[in-house]
Structure formats: structure tokens, C-alpha cells
Design a protein around this ligand. Structure first.
Ligand code: PSV
Ligand code: MN
Length: 425
């Protein structure tokens, strides 16, 4: 664990500049009638889960380059997420993908996590790859498969994941299905959807009372002609068929170009069926690059709907936030720190939108004022707010700077080796 004194010493070097910048911003916010303490509180409470499968280098189907010092087991993954949380105060949980990670010694794993003040967020099932000891193949589908035995095997896997998650203290399962087809005529769409609905209903029955199931959608990949759960509408339909414990999960990279994701968010929140988010960014497809690195304005507009929706639709559950990214050319931990910054900044900017004035301008059809209100918030440099929250929480004013100055990657390379490999993407 990083020594807390090291963070404080490095914070000292940033303190003066930070203080001046924060004071200026806080005064401006106060003069605009914004409750600065309220915003800081909301930022502090915004906790993002880190996927256990994205702590090493991701690579693409064309190759993978190693960074060195990747976590070799779940304990080292917990160490890495612990570091992210220590530096940012915004990463209080870890999301497991099973069987990429199979928690064996549950007591020891729980102890390790709580030493870093971490909890376990949603567990993820995997029926998109065949495992060595598996009886039936998922080559032609899992929960939607034409054969009952294959569907039963996939359902049983999901139930096992729920059991493991329960032992760890998780409260939700995310189901992402790769099921689909590569050629017209290969699948009967209605049959595939009916099978999927039926399988998901069976999984829902295995959920403990306080659990939720998130149904993730994706338009294409790994299949290129059709995907059974291709869009939010299909996920929403299935979530409704599965009842009150089932929700739709939005992964930002799972949309066709130019889709209005913020509108999807608003619709799902109005229906009380938005369950969670996988954050990442993209230019073309499911690129899984650093959050906010390509389209930060889009991210902000999504947060604007989330802020409005969370205040208005109290029927919505507590939303589950996770980063689902892959790191090909950056140190994974640095990449995750950048993603956490981008998420917090987009949220902070959305909290600055004057919702009352916006509502009035909308009612008066004053399009220009509507745009001004939205963009004034977006153009505000909110980094001092995020830093202020972190400093108060005992975290780093500048997480990335502390990460580099304390040589975290070098330490990991020394301890784990240059060729260490992490399970996952
Ligand atoms: C699929 O592309 C996805 O977004 C799902 O969430 C998977 O579980 C995850 O990526 C990891 O491959
Ligand atoms: Mn995802």
C-alpha cells in the first residue's frame, strides 16, 4: 500500500496553486447560487467500480504489448484497485469476471479487499468463451442456443456466478451475451429471443432478494450479422419480462455511430429501468479507449441527463458505475486514473447546470439560452473541485503525478516481473 505520508507530501507541492484555483471557482459558483459543499459531497459519493480484467494490457486480435508488472492473481488485482482508490477516493469497488477470476479462498479475498477499503461490485458471467472443462460449446450461442442442454449449461454458469458473488458480498450480476449470427438465415430471430428471455427468467429466479440483474446490449461483435440483444430496446424488453430485479445496462461503446445515448439514458430512467453503466470512449465502434478521450462533450451530455434523472426519477435504483476499457498503448493504471478524472469532471460539470433556469428556458422555447446554460457548465474548468474533494478525502490532488513520482509501475515491475500476465481481455 502506498504510504499516506507520501501522498500528503506530494500534495503539499500542489497546495498553493490548488487553493487559489479552488477559491476562485468556489466564489464564482457561490455567486451563481450553487451550493459548493453539496457538489463536493456528490463528487465524494460517486464511486466507480474497476473491472478485474482491465488491470493488465488489453491488446487487440492483432497482438498485445506488455507493460510489465501486471497483476498475476486476484490479490494483486485488489492491490492495484486499492491504489487507484487511495489516489482518487473514487474507486471503492472491484468487478469480477468469472471465470477470468475465480475467487477460491473467499475469506482471504474479502480480507484483502477490506484492507484496501474495497467492496465487490457486480459480478460478470462469461458464456462467450469455452472453458477447458466445459461439456458443450458456445460456438453457436449460449442462453439463446437451439439446444436445451447448452442453454441449461449457460444458465447453470450464471447461477454459479451469483453464488460466488453472494459469498463476496456483491449485489448484482451483469449478463452480456455474445450470442448472435454471422450470416442471414443462420438464426431464427424470434426463436433466439424467446430462448434468451426464458433463460434470463430462470437466472432471475436464482437472484437473492436484494440482488439485481443487469442486461447489457451491443449491436455487433463478435458476430457481424445479428446479435440477440442488439440494442437498449431489446434489453429493456427482456428486463421487463424478467421483472423488478432486472435492469438495462448501458455500455457507452455499444452503439452504432451517432446514436443519441443521452436520450436512451433519459428514456430508461423515466421507466425506472436503468441499472448501470460501463464507461469508455470510442471513435468508430466498441473501441474501449479512455473515458472522455474522444468525445468529452457527449459524456457530459449523458451526465446531464443522469443528474436530471437521478433527481427526478426516484423510482430508479442506485446506479452501478463501472469502467469497461482496454489498454493497448498506455499503462493500464494511468489509463484508469485518466478515466476516473474524466468521469468525475463530466459529473461535476453536469452538477453546475442551472436546472431551474434550463427548465424555464425550455418552457419559453428560448433555444439560445438553453444552449448557453448547457455550454457554460461544460466550458467551466471543474478540475479544482475534483481536486478539492480528493484532498479532503486524504487522496491525491493530482493522482497521476503521485502515481508517477512514487514510481508505482517500476515497483510493480520489480515485484511481479516484466513479463507478468493478467487474466482478462
Ligand atoms: C463486451 O464487449 C463487454 O462490454 C462486456 O461488458 C464484457 O463482459 C466486457 O466487455 C469484457 O469483455
Ligand atoms: Mn461492457
Amino acid at each position: 500500500m502506498l504510504n499516506q505520508d507520501q501522498i500528503q507530501q506530494l500534495n503539499k507541492l500542489e497546495e498553493n496553486t490548488h487553493h487559489t484555483e479552488f477559491k476562485q471557482l468556489a466564489e464564482r459558483m457561490t455567486s451563481q447560487g450553487i451550493n459548493v459543499e453539496g457538489v463536493l459531497n456528490q463528487l465524494k459519493n460517486f464511486q466507480v467500480a474497476i473491472p478485474s480484467w482491465a488491470l493488465g494490457s488489453g491488446g487487440t486480435r492483432f497482438g498485445r504489448y506488455l507493460f510489465g508488472g501486471a497483476p498475476r492473481n486476484l490479490f494483486e488485482k485488489i492491490e492495484d484497485v486499492g491504489l487507484l482508490h487511495q489516489l482518487t477516493a473514487n474507486a471503492d469497488s472491484i468487478s469480477l469476471h468469472i471465470p477470468w477470476d475465480i475467487p477460491k479462498d473467499i475469506t482471504a479475498i474479502k480480507e484483502a479487499a477490506s484492507a484496501y477499503k474495497l467492496r465487490f461490485d457486480a459480478v460478470n458471467s462469461n458464456t462467450f468463451q469455452d472453458q477447458v472443462d466445459q461439456q458443450y460449446s458456445y460456438k453457436f450461442g449460449s442462453l439463446s442456443h437451439v439446444e436445451k442442454e447448452v442453454r441449461a449449461q449457460a444458465i447453470a454458469h450464471n447461477k454459479e456466478v451469483i453464488q460466488l458473488g453472494t459469498a463476496l458480498g456483491s449485489k448484482s450480476i451483469t449478463v452480456w451475451l455474445a450470442d448472435g449470427s454471422n450470416f442471414p438465415g443462420q438464426n431464427n430471430f424470434q426463436t433466439a429471443l424467446e430462448h434468451t428471455q426464458n433463460s434470463l427468467q430462470q437466472i432471475t429466479h436464482a437472484l437473492p432478494d436484494d440482488w439485481k440483474m443487469f442486461i447489457e446490449y451491443k449491436p455487433y461483435e463478435p458476430h457481424f450479422y445479428s446479435t440477440v440483444i442488439q440494442d437498449w430496446g431489446t434489453s429493456f424488453l427482456l428486463a421487463n419480462a424478467c421483472g423488478p430485479k432486472a435492469f438495462t445496462l448501458v455500455d457507452l461503446g455499444h452503439h452504432l455511430p451517432n446514436t443519441n445515448i443521452e436520450q436512451i439514458v433519459a428514456t430508461l430512467m423515466m421507466q425506472g429501468k436503468l441499472g448501470g453503466f460501463h464507461f469508455n470512449d470510442s471513435k468508430y465502434g466498441d473501441d474501449d479507449v479512455t473515458v472522455g478521450s474522444i468525445q468529452p462533450y457527449k459524456l457530459f451530455l449523458i451526465f446531464n441527463e443522469l443528474v436530471h434523472g437521478m433527481a427526478k426519477n426516484t423510482n430508479n435504483p442506485h446506479l452501478s458505475w463501472m469502467i469497461d476499457a482496454s489498454h493497448n498503448t498506455k499503462d493500464p493504471l494511468e489509463d484508469l486514473l485518466q478515466s476516473l478524472d474524466a468521469i468525475l469532471e463530466a459529473f461535476a460539470k453536469a452538477l453546475l447546470v442551472d436546472q431551474t433556469a434550463l427548465k424555464q428556458a425550455q418552457e419559453e422555447n428560448d433555444v439560445v439560452v438553453c444552449q448557453e446554460l448547457i455550454q457554460n457548465a461544460f466550458k467551466t474548468d471543474v478540475r479544482p473541485l475534483v481536486s478539492q474533494m480528493r484532498q479532503r478525502a486524504g487522496a491525491a490532488i493530482k493522482p497521476l503525478v503521485v502515481y508517477r513520482k512514487t514510481q508505482q509501475r517500476e515497483i510493480r515491475i520489480q515485484n511481479r516481473g516484466l513479463d507478468a500476465l493478467a487474466t482478462g481481455l
